[in-house]
Write a protein that binds this ligand. Sequence first.
Ligand code: SAH
Ligand code: SF4
Ligand code: F3S
Length: 447
Amino acid sequence: MEKKQLYIQTFGCQMNVQDSEKMAALLQDSGYEATDDPKRADLILVNTCSIREKAAQKIYSQLGRFRALKEQNPHLLIGVGGCLAQQQGNRLFRRAPYLDLVFGTHQIHRLPELIEAREQTGGRIAETGFYERVCSLDIPALPPAGTISTFVTIMQGCNNFCAYCVVPHVRGREESRPLPEIVREVENLAARGIRQVTLLGQNVNSYGKTLGDGPDFADLVHALGKVAGIERIRFTTSHPKDLSTKLIDCFGKVASLCEHIHLPVQAGSDRVLKRMNRGYTAETYREKVAALHRACPGISVTSDVIVGFPGEEEDDFQATLALMREIRFDNLFSFQYSEREGTAAVGMDGTVCDSVKCERLRILQDLQEEHTLAKNRACVGRVERVLVEGPSKNGREDMTGRTRGNRIVNFPGERELVGKTVSVLITEAFLHSLRGEMEEKEREDVH
Ligand code: SAH
Ligand code: SF4
Ligand code: F3S
């Protein structure tokens, strides 16, 4: 029988990318195969994000475009999953009555059954209940053959309830996967030629808390450090309050653990950090970064910052800039605060107006550009070990890969290098990447 065509569009974070791969894997057994052309699809799934209002708006306009396809093909089914679906539930039908299915973040494993029910009964379905265990957590997201680097979800959900954040509300409580299962999955990935894994979770540092007295995140890193063939391990995201000395010590001890940490600080003012419910002060943050540098000199530290959280005054904002000047992040993702339904920050006093938020973001991003560029320029003249991921998109005959510190490096080279780690002399630095030349000795080794 001819296979039905499935088109999945993914918004949001890497967690969602993994979930979409799981959806595709699940639906294969129901006779669907993936297509990259929505016009040919029998089923369109939109995996959504609701972290900021802008993300939600983008999704609503995309749904509008899919509606047109449904008008041309009345048999087309459209389902919406992910965090916005979880948050909105059947309210999505009011906005988009042409949708067939709304499924929450804990419902992924039920997709085949829900689609069948829609086909048989013809009634629209919205399922957004939470389960104690997220059943889809254990479905491996198998990367396509030839993939060098991939992600492994080690935990779901979040218990932190930062005052601005919708994630605990839409992903549910924290839950860790058992260590042996993760090790087995990573061993399988290594056998399929994967060289780098990034361990994924909203707060990987609290890995293991739901497993009783079992292993913690540092134990997991040590265990994965022993998997043959996995040359590089990364993880994201870490919460500063849970960054233990034991984990800091993994840097430098576990050879495959890359010298990079994404450690979102969110703000440099203690008053704002407290209102955000982050559970640390700017001083503790500084101390943890100092400890990281002691354990691993030269470690790259990247971060996230929110500007315009309710009650953020000019001096609070200056405290964030001061912290940035002191730490000099290798890279920083920055956002204007966006109010999210159901979070503790709704209704807090001290709303910051859009123009101030916009101005603060610009000042902050200008400062970060200076730091990023200076840090990248400092790499010029150094020889970096680069794991080659594939051809570069920079329009030249370049290959692209990353340093252990997570900088993108483009250099002239051949496709045979994909999956290999080579030494590259850095010759030029830009804002988003470095350029270089493969060491002469290496060339001889490869050929
Ligand atoms: N779990 C991670 C990241 C969560 S979302 C962590 O704890 O760090 C990624 C980033 O989006 C956050 O670090 C934060 O900077 C930003 N963010 C989350 N909610 C936001 C909101 N309501 N408005 C603006 N930015 C937000
Ligand atoms: Fe959101 Fe805070 Fe949890 Fe990160 S730690 S997902 S910012 S609540
Ligand atoms: Fe967005 Fe949900 Fe990820 S809100 S950032 S897709 S966890």
